[in-house]
Ligand binder design. Structure first.
Ligand code: SF4
Length: 643
């Protein structure tokens, strides 16, 4: 019997059940006398060494990603030390693909025998057969290794069909569900309905990693998997690069929602889709169905990264037209479908000014959520081979703190390129975080919208003015580093210092969420500083608007039993929500929400420590912004009464 230990440690922020390992195991169905040991798929609050297999190991394999590489290699090293004859294999996104890096990796990690390049199922099957003496190494596709101090590499094989048994039927996979339950964590897993991407954005290792041609999992298998996932998983993450690209994708979601609707206690709470870039009708239908059934907390993704021509050309990416993008986002949001857009800072060819232009396009699109990231270098991305060409400089960024230092995990962030220096990149990063809180977090949303519509001031210019020229508390919160240092002892992801509203943050928070609660707690000071800042516009309407802006924010003293009433000189509510011209006719508005949120999970407004936590952006990484921050249940506002 051959004992095989497979390792796929999930991402840093949740324990995703290891479908990849299950697929590898299933692909070895044709090989007798294999004993797959329980999968290692997380290191919840422990050292990876606590997961050392107790039995002898003949073959050990790990999937390497940015979030698990150090821990995975450490475990493989210990397995090899304890089992010197064990054959060790690595594969996946952070297993180097390019020859120079692959050779360097193998020479520096001599306890690793083989790297599998690109898709792993078929080469893994062949390596197991090699181990059993059924094949020689020339018959194993897509691997590299060192032998007698010489580096070897075999060509890629034909990528296999995805017509194989479902990964969710595997006993080792099913056992991981019980393990997560014992830890009291949510069950999440990846679901793949197709594999491959027709695009080749050079910063991404996904399009290149899994090849361009898209292959589909057979529909019959998907139907069985839908049944399993809806009944057994809390969260499902689509592994597809472009869900919505095929007409059948709409039918897949129809089937999911029909089953969800028919069950008394479906386990599923949310599906995270990475949507197709250019197939908007289908993406709309998919978003509509998931939203209707409250299964799409984060929203539909309409990612751009940038609209800057030079940067797009450099990274070999194209986007939909600006006008089409804005039409779509507005249509989605008007129909109650949340939309988020990813943007990348530091793409080569981008400057501070051009990034702001792209950001303005996104802000005009009224998306629910804008997620900005620094460009990261993935070792298997095409751009990783253009570091000199684009004068790319990087730094390590800690993304997971292990129980011992050598189990920390890091990403490689780009801090400057030929077109933007480090100082500008850092300024942009801080600015986008500030904008995230003040605009997406709604503290200044209505003011900026008024200034844009009435005075033609671009959103980005208004916020940049606040970012650079404000004073007092308003100035302090422009710098997340200072805020986290002053209020939370410099810690970014869990509560350590001052805790507004005594919020129980559980496992942690996004710094934007924490900063939102700091501002909410000190809103008097915040809006007093904003009042001073707005004096420069010499516009008497702004005082009235400020009152509306303050009132519409969710606040901890709000009493849902009685609501609250406010009087305004102008018709702000109709102006912003019903597209009416701004007129000076006194209005009284009653805010009478009983819950946070109208589009997704609805949280009762009872305990301020709870509702302020949800108001700050929801409960998961993919923040549930669609119901947060403001009094939101528009239909519950009472009739407008002239004063
Ligand atoms: S970023 Fe998206 S569209 Fe571009 S290659 Fe990667 S998966 Fe494909």
């Amino acid at each position: 019997m051959t004992n095989i230990q497979l390792i796929s440690i999930s991402s840093t922020w949740m324990n995703t059940l290891p479908v990849t390992l299950s697929l590898l195991e299933n692909h070895c169905d044709d090989i007798p006398n294999l004993n797959f040991l329980p999968y290692v798929f997380h290191t919840y609050k422990k050292s990876i060494l606590e997961y050392m297999p107790r039995q002898p190991v003949d073959i050990a394999g790990a999937t390497l990603y940015i979030w698990n590489k150090n821990r995975s290699l450490k475990l493989l090293k210990h397995i090899k030390q304890t089992n010197p004859h064990c054959m060790t294999i690595v594969g996946a996104g952070n297993a180097p693909f390019y020859d120079a890096e692959a050779e360097y990796f193998l020479r520096n990690n001599p306890y690793i025998n083989f790297i599998i390049h690109k898709e792993g199922e078929q080469p893994f099957n062949q390596l197991v057969k090699y181990h059993k003496g059924e094949l020689d190494l020339t018959q194993v596709n897509a691997i590299s290794w060192i032998e007698n101090d010489k580096y070897y590499r075999n060509p890629l094989g034909k990528f296999p069909s995805l017509d194989v048994p479902s990964p969710y039927t595997n006993q080792n996979f099913l056992a991981t569900m019980q393990e997560v339950d014992k830890l009291g964590l949510t069950r999440g897993t990846v679901w793949e309905t197709n594999r491959g991407c027709p695009y080749s954005c050079s910063f991404c290792d996904w399009g290149g990693l899994v090849s361009q041609k898209i292959r589909q999992v057979p529909t019959k298998r998907l139907h069985e998997e839908i049944d399993f996932l809806v009944r057994n998983m809390d969260e499902v993450f689509f592994g597809d690069a472009n869900f919505g690209i095929f007409p059948r994708d709409v039918e897949i979601i129809e089937r999911v929602t029909e089953l969800y609707e028919s069950l008394d206690n479906p386990r599923l709470t949310v599906m995270h889709t990475g949507n197709a870039k250019n197939t908007t009708d289908r993406v709309y239908k998919i978003g509509q169905m998931l939203t209707k059934h409250n299964l799409q907390r984060g929203g539909v993704s309409l990612s751009l990264q940038t609209y800057t021509d030079e940067a797009l050309a450099n990274v070999k990416r194209s986007n939909i037209k600006k006008e089409t993008y804005q039409e779509l986002t507005k249509k989605f949001v008007a129909d109650g479908i949340a939309v988020y857009t990813d943007m990348i800072i530091n793409l080569p060819g981008e400057t501070f000014a051009t990034f702001l232009e792209s950001l303005e396009t996104v802000l005009e699109g009224e998306v629910t959520d804008i997620r900005t990231f620094l460009l990261e270098m993935y070792p298997n991305s095409a751009i990783s081979q253009q570091v000199e060409e684009f004068d790319i400089k990087t730094k390590n960024n800690l993304i997971f703190k292990g129980v011992v230092e050598d189990e920390n995990e890091y990403t490689t962030q780009v801090i400057s390129t030929y077109s933007m220096n480090e100082e500008e990149g850092e300024r942009l990063r801080k600015f986008t975080i500030s904008l995230d809180i003040l605009h997406q977090g709604k503290f200044l949303y209505f003011i900026s919208k008024y200034l844009k519509e009435e005075l033609g001031i671009r959103y980005v210019d208004f916020y940049l003015d606040v970012f650079e020229n404000s004073t007092g508390f308003l100035k302090l919160i422009q710098d997340h580093v200072l805020v986290m240092k002053k209020f939370n002892d410099g810690v970014y992801n869990y509560a350590k210092g001052h805790i507004p509203f005594d919020i129980d943050w559980g496992g942690g928070f996004r710094k934007q969420q924490y900063m939102w609660t700091i501002i909410a707690e000190q809103s008097e000071q915040f809006y007093s500083d904003v009042t001073d800042f707005l004096q420069k516009f010499n516009d008497s309407k702004l005082n009235d608007l400020l009152q509306f802006q303050k009132d519409i924010m969710i606040s901890s003293d709000y009493n849902p039993d009685i609501g609250k009433t406010s009087k305004y000189e102008y018709n702000w509510y109709d102006y912003f929500y019903n597209n009416k011209p701004l007129v000076q006719e006194g209005h009284v508005i009653k805010y009478c929400d009983t819950h946070i949120g109208s589009l997704s999970e609805r949280i009762p407004l009872k305990d301020p420590s709870m509702f302020m936590k949800y108001a700050s952006g929801g409960r998961s990484y993919f923040t549930q912004r669609q119901g947060s921050y403001i009094h939101h249940s528009i239909e519950k506002l009472v009739d407008l009464v002239p004063t």
